[in-house]
Design a protein around this ligand. Structure first.
Ligand code: ATP
Length: 305
């Protein structure tokens, strides 16, 4: 399955809930930057004979989920969100599942980038296993299950479904307003394809760290506003930019590069900064300038899905 990254076209943090999650209001948009996730499963449900060749089982539960990943910085164990997705879905199946799941992950989405790469992989595994195991769950149920793994997963379930219509009956979507802890999704009508220029410095920004710093920041000062045009703002940006000055630098430079032709914003908790353009030629010119300005960084011109 091809599973797409997302950008946040806006991200407002509305407060912290008692369960520790933050309430957000965000417009999420899938973009044409994909990980490839291949899933094979050799399982049996309670009462069936154990499958042949399932030697690598977790001895405790009779279920094993293994992963191979093309990016060495991504964990190849139970810490991988894709593996956690397999275990989570197993818990949601009525009859106990034994056997093996093998996941092959080709990572193109940069890691810890604010592009929801791990969430996208988890979404793909949920959809693939639901199909392979013949779990009779509709997309909203799979998205709800995904919400237990992280705030971006519900949207990623729909975006992954849209990117793989053959597997999921094409009921997904690629643009939505996310509320609650990312689990209340309202589909937004797709707009004409826009070019999206991504720039990511060679740093990893842990999402949890930024939300914690945001809480402290919110106590100390009123949130910075007016940094971006209305509707195209990210409450986490001032926090990430204060802790990682390179993000502020990229943001300023990108604004110079794009002038009035594209809107610039940080995605999620960062550090990826992106710009949206309606005109492909203008976007390509901005891409060339960005490559010159940030020769050591991940620079990619992609588009909305
Ligand atoms: P978000 O935008 O949802 O905050 P992100 O793009 O900032 O996500 P990810 O790349 O999804 O961040 O994940 C970052 C962390 O999750 C890293 O610590 C990484 O080791 C871990 N991780 C676990 N599984 C995966 C996966 N399948 N792909 C990438 N990272 C993963």
């Amino acid at each position: 399955m091809k599973t797409p990254a997302k950008v946040n076209l806006s991200l407002e943090v509305l407060g912290r809930r008692e369960d520790g999650y933050h309430e957000v209001s965000s417009v999420m948009q899938a973009v044409a930057l994909f990980d490839t996730v291949a899933v094979a499963s050799d399982i049996s449900f309670a009462g069936e004979t154990a499958p042949a060749g399932s030697a690598r089982q977790d001895s405790g539960s009779g279920f094993f989920a293994g992963i191979r990943c093309s990016n060495p910085s991504v964990p190849e164990d139970g810490a991988n969100l894709a593996v956690r997705a397999a275990f989570l879905l197993r818990e949601c199946v009525d009859a106990p599942v034994t056997g093996t799941v093998e996941i092959d992950l080709l990572k193109n989405i940069p890691v810890s980038a604010g592009l929801a790469g791990g969430s996208a992989d988890a979404a793909a595994v949920l959809l693939a296993l639901a199909r392979l195991w013949d779990v009779r769950a509709a997309l909203p149920q799979i998205a709800e299950i995904g919400g237990k793994l992280g705030v971006d997963v519900p949207f990623c379930v729909y975006a992954c479904a849209a990117a793989n219509p053959g597997i999921t009956d094409g009921l997904g979507f690629t643009r939505a307003h996310a509320e609650g802890a990312g689990d209340i999704l309202t589909r937004l009508r797709e707009r004409p394809v826009e070019s999206v220029l991504l720039v990511k410095p060679d740093i990893a920004v842990p999402t949890a760290e930024i939300y914690e710093a945001y809480d402290a920041f919110r106590k100390d000062a009123s949130p910075v506003s007016g940094q971006c045009p209305a509707g195209f703002r990210n409450d986490l940006q001032p926090v990430t930019a204060a802790r990682y000055p390179i993000v502020a630098e990229i943001f300023e430079r990108m604004r110079e590069i794009c002038e009035s032709s594209g809107s610039v914003l940080m995605s999620g908790s960062g550090p990826t900064v992106f710009a949206c353009f309606q005109n492909r030629a203008v976007a390509e010119a901005a891409e060339a300038r960005a490559r010159e300005a940030f020769p050591e960084m991940f620079v990619l011109l992609t588009e909305t899905l």
